[in-house]
Write a protein that binds this ligand. Sequence first.
Ligand code: ATP
Length: 545
Amino acid sequence: MEKIVALCKRRGFIFQSSEIYGGLNGAWDYGPLGVELKRNLKDYWWKSMTQLRDDIVGFDGSILMNAAVWKASGHVDTFSDPLVECKLTNKRYRADQIEPQSGTAYYYSGISIPAFVGDPSTANMPPLGGADIFKFSVEPKKIELQFAVLVPIGKPEASAQKIARQFYVSKGYIESQIISLNLQKTEIVENSTAFNPENGAQLSEPRVFNLMLKTYIGPVQDESAVTYLRPETAQAMFVQFKNVLDVSQKKLPFGIAQIGKAFRNEINPRNFTFRSREFEQMELEFFVKPGTGPEWLNKWLEERLAWYEAIGIPRAKIHVLTVPDKDRAFYSQGTYDLEYEFPFGIQELEGIAHRGNYDLKQHQEASGKPLEYFDEESKTKYLAEVVEPSAGVDRTVLALLCEGYDEETVKDEESGKEETRVVLRFCPRMAPIKASVFPLLKNKPELVAIAKDIYKTLQPLLKVTYADTAAIGRRYRRADEIGTPFGITVDFETLEGAKEASTSATGTPIAAGQKDTVTLRHRDTMKQERIAIADLPAYLLTKIA
Ligand code: ATP
């Protein structure tokens, strides 16, 4: 992961937001290459949904909505995570993400300090000196302040005491004045989530924390002006269901697709862009006839798995989790999570949920406006059921980077020395730059002229770059490192004719002595073959479609 994060910064895929000010936790900026990668991903999703299918229309809703939407959808009351705090470091965690621990728990009721020392927690410091020196003989003072530590079985109490002492010192007591830690009980615990896996310190009781980012609309910041940055894109599609249905004249089953930003005040953003506070979603709300939800849920599962394959994430790397009843959102009648094997663990990329008619029903009731569908065939009105494949743009970009990243030892194509080649093996469809055009030498005007010509011809058709600095081997490596699938090199054979007869990349023969061909280098295999300049546009376009 460290290597991927470093590459992202070095080559301009992803930067920390507000970096020069020390960053902002949970927010990221996409640099010149990152934005191309992300755009390719979103464009392909959009095309798969709204262009290649007849039953889905596109939509782009606003981020700010009437607060009543979030009340009706259940987000105001239930869109929350359980938050716990480490009693020692005050770091916050999501209670449901605490790795269960086993070991011996030491429970302390508090500490004993010299009788004449004040208790900093009550700021009740008696004056020292004078008569106080006579108080040495007095019983030590007991301070009641509960704390517990978990240590692995077999470890001595001293390791628990070390953490406990740090805790009492953090509360203002002076280390050298702690006469004793008052042990209340010890206990063998198994699979407990009450302790911080990082240091063994006790965690606070979980409390509910709403994840929506609150804001105010207009100049007066009172309760009536409160709304939220949307925590998912979905709601606008439910709220506008009727309008979209009327204008698109679709019949069930049909879908509304949207890509856009969402915001969640995540308790603990982590794993690079995986869990951010600002991110993008690609969501489809697919409306179906009552009773057909389960069937469509399974159809969408297959569709989405095939889609990930089409962007270069193999089926074998995606784990389908049937979310158990107890973990499902209360409105869901069935959910699959598509999880990817990230370097930091198997984690969710997309959720596909059968939401029943929950959302339309809630909004119909709360707004008083009918959101039913009139079925021409049966001449009846009813609320449609919804199947929702909801994917994260940023998580999928991260999966593409993780899947693509590779290192191999190769011989330098010129010097013959062994070196490490870093390569991002993006599928051409996703690659930020599709091809790079190189004149073999910078100081040969004939080579440069042809290379520039090729570059200009390709430029309107696909994302292509031109590079003439550094030795050709170095230029290839730089292109490999950003995942450019094709290198096009104008060399002496372009001017003087092919050295020998061959078959071109397109499968057509190239005769010995044939001019106007270039070297086509493939990123993954480093294989080089010749191709006629005239064949380049069609060849490349079919490869990246
Ligand atoms: P998690 O359990 O990981 O918090 P979730 O189940 O709450 O995710 P959903 O509400 O189903 O997520 O959101 C749909 C998709 O949006 C997720 O599969 C994920 O790809 C993306 N997503 C959700 N939260 C975040 C986040 N904080 N950062 C980046 N992407 C996110």
